[in-house]
Design a protein around this ligand. Structure first.
Ligand SMILES: [Zn+2]
Length: 275
């Protein structure tokens, strides 16, 4: 089911879905999915353990680090947020690198919601752009794992510009006919789904994940409309045609491996050596 053993994640004492008391070790064995189907948010290390074959991960562009270019102060100094994240061992909201998944080479880009809400920043944009460009140049499939609140407010227009830059790199990958698979987890909001996360060849969403551009509270406040039940859930977006499948996390690795194999058998570029 997994590439390696999943690391611990922060958990509440009870499941927010069903209220049952959680046994962390049991939950870990089920990829942090409760018996009721509630999917707990995982950080980048846990996603790496789930998706990358054990020992196959090579991080790239981790040495590109964020700076407080705009000297942003509100609601709190951005520099302080960066320092705190560094102390926790985090250096950005997106980690990128190369790995194998079920033996097939992939580029892997993973958002980490712990770092300023998984927001798209200058550094995240640069790492993503390089990943898409190198994936296109080397004909290697790209797998994207998303958990993001959108573009990073503290980097202003410099963060918004990353949407266009990353989007152009996604276009290069498509024109090179190299497979691109996207996994949308809770939450996937703002410029991230708009510029890259919903533009894959196959868009996969986790059950119950919130996916949209602006959250339902803001939409309701600005339109005064009654929003339909389940608005912006993964299941809602499946019915609306925005995602291709809603898939339990326990099946994700197997389905990604199967998709990579199908691309391989169809003779698409970048699908790795056929086994
Ligand atoms: Zn539950």
């Amino acid at each position: 089911m997994t590439g390696g053993r999943l690391p611990p994640i922060a958990l509440t004492s009870n499941c927010p879905g069903c209220g049952v008391g959680l046994v962390p070790e049991e939950l870990r064995e089920r990829c942090y999915v409760c018996q009721c189907g509630h999917h707990f948010r995982m950080h980048a290390d846990a996603w790496l353990a789930l998706l990358a074959d054990e020992g196959s991960w090579t991080e790239r562009w981790g040495d590109i680090r964020p700076h407080d270019l705009l000297q942003w102060k509100v609601p709190r100094p951005y520099r302080e947020m960066l320092d705190e994240a560094r102390e926790e061992g985090l250096n950005e909201s997106v980690r990128t690198g190369q790995a194998t998944l079920a033996g097939r080479p992939i580029f892997l880009a993973i958002f980490d919601f712990r770092f300023v809400g998984g927001s798209l920043s200058i550094v995240a944009g640069e790492r993503l752009t390089r990943s898409f460009e190198y994936a296109a140049a080397t004909a290697t499939p790209l797998v994207l794992l998303v958990a993001s609140g959108g573009a990073r407010m503290q980097e202003g227009i410099l963060a918004l510009m990353q949407m266009a830059k990353v989007n152009a790199a996604v276009g290069r990958l498509h024109r090179a006919s190299v497979p691109y698979l996207s996994v949308l987890t809770d939450p996937t909001y703002g410029g991230v789904p708009a510029s890259l996360a919903l533009l894959a060849d196959v868009n996969i969403a986790e059950p119950g994940a919130a996916i949209g551009f602006t959250g339902p509270r803001v939409i309701k406040q600005s339109t005064y409309a009654d929003l339909p039940p389940g608005f912006q859930s993964a299941e809602f977006q499946l019915r609306a045609g925005q995602v291709d499948m809603v898939l339990p996390r326990t099946e994700l690795r197997g389905v990604l491996a199967h998709l990579l194999e199908l691309y391989c058998r169809s003779g698409v570029r970048g699908s790795g050596a056929c086994g």
